[in-house]
Design a protein around this ligand. Structure first.
Ligand code: FNR
Length: 383
């Protein structure tokens, strides 16, 4: 079938380019302004080459790992991605269930189009990511709702003070709020598999998509003019709000979007259980540094606190390079949403198993029987 031709995560991107209306594909694939950070994320992995060890018994190798007390079948999970249900029918649920079946963590986006309660019911090990304004009376209800829903880990995304300048979205006719432009209508009409299988099916079973997990915008449809205003003043969010969340939240708490060693130190001092070094997949500040480039200095500053990374992870070798440079765990974004769009839950399962196989094969070829055997001694600058 269709999935049999997909040999790597990159293949899912090409398939999704043909399958999705251009504005929606562009929304997922794009970065901001010059797309510099999107390119830098890939280039940062290409800048490292391996020095493998040989004649090591790796027969019992495994990518399984413990992350903040949670058993993970692989050293990677699925990044939070808003509006996944625009690309794939019930997209957020598809990702959540595929992660559960593969035994890997998945972060439910605060901008998901499916209720957080339904997602955590399907996968009790999923994490919840919050987008919050710097307003105490709007933060605590979200935190309390996620706790009551049963999430054990809360992720605060810290790199979205304002909406980014995504020129590609303006050009292609994709906007938040979503406007039914002629371009979008035409592009959908010529992609009947998406139009019928995702969009029409969503409308018939669940109605027009709307935000479910940001209380201030709850029920506001994606097409509403009030949408952006209702997001609130995220440029007022500070460490003081994080401290307040830390006091309130009973479980593990993670800050996502850190790129400076000083901020990693601050997160540890404020009681974070972990951080995700991330430039939001190159989707916020253009020319923000590639996470992999600053990973070693951040690991050095973070002490005992686990350091995770996302941005540009596409291959098992990418996973192994990040772990060799001190990451405890990595997250994968775009390829998983493409996989959901192309193949639904079996598609995401296929993506996870492709990456898992690449990790296992890489460990054998590197002579690393366990993830603890990975280290900077296995890397050199690539020519
Ligand atoms: C994102 N990202 C994101 N991050 C977040 O914290 N909350 C969110 O709702 C979203 N939404 C979102 C939508 C889409 C379509 C994409 C592609 C990304 C960022 C995401 O969590 C992650 O940081 C990057 O996607 C990782 O980079 P790669 O793997 O996509 O290169």
């Amino acid at each position: 079938g269709r999935l049999g031709k997909i040999l790597s995560l990159e293949d899912f991107e090409e398939a999704a380019r043909r399958h999705l209306p251009r504005p929606i594909f562009g929304y997922i694939q794009g970065g901001t302004e010059t797309d510099s950070s999107v390119r830098a994320n890939r280039a940062s992995f290409a800048a490292h080459a391996f020095v493998p060890r040989v004649l090591v018994d790796t027969g019992a190798r495994s990518g399984a790992t413990m992350l903040m007390g949670q058993a993970c079948a692989q050293p990677f999970g699925i990044s939070p991605m808003g509006a996944s249900a625009l690309a794939a029918y019930r997209g957020d649920m598809v990702l959540t269930e595929a992660a559960r079946d593969a035994g890997i963590p998945m972060i439910v986006s605060g901008a998901s189009l499916i209720r957080m309660e339904d997602l955590v019911a399907a996968n009790p090990d999923a994490w919840f990511q919050a987008y919050l304004p710097g307003e105490e009376d709007r933060i605590l209800p979200v935190v309390d709702r996620a706790a009551a829903a049963g999430f054990k880990t809360l992720v605060l995304t810290a790199d979205t003070a304002v909406l980014p300048n995504r020129e590609n979205n303006v050009r292609s006719g994709f906007s938040m709020p979503l406007k039914p432009t002629p371009r979008l209508a035409w592009d959908s009409a010529i992609r009947p598999r998406w139009l019928l299988g995702t969009f029409a099916r969503t409308l018939m079973t669940h109605g027009m998509p709307h935000i479910e997990n940001m209380d201030a915008v709850r029920g506001v449809p994606l097409v509403s003019r009030n949408f952006v205003r209702a997001l609130g003043a995220r440029d007022r969010l500070t460490w003081a709000h994080f401290a307040m969340m830390r006091r309130r939240w009973p479980g593990k708490i993670v800050v996502k979007g850190i790129l400076a060693a000083e901020d990693a130190r601050r997160a540890a001092d404020e009681g974070a259980d972990g951080i995700i070094v991330s430039n939001h997949g190159g989707r916020q500040l253009d020319f923000s540094v590639a996470p992999l480039q600053v990973l070693p200095e951040i690991v050095a500053a973070a002490g005992e606190m686990p350091v995770m990374l996302d941005g540009g992870v596409r291959r098992g070798t990418d996973v192994l390079k990040a772990l060799a440079l001190g990451a405890k765990f990595v997250w994968v974004g775009r390829p998983m949403i493409y996989a959901a769009a192309i193949g639904g839950q079996p598609g995401v399962a296929h993506a996870i198993s492709l990456l898992a196989e690449e990790v296992r094969r890489g460990m054998a070829l590197l002579g690393a029987p366990t993830l603890d055997d990975l280290g900077p001694h296995l890397l050199r600058p690539a020519v």
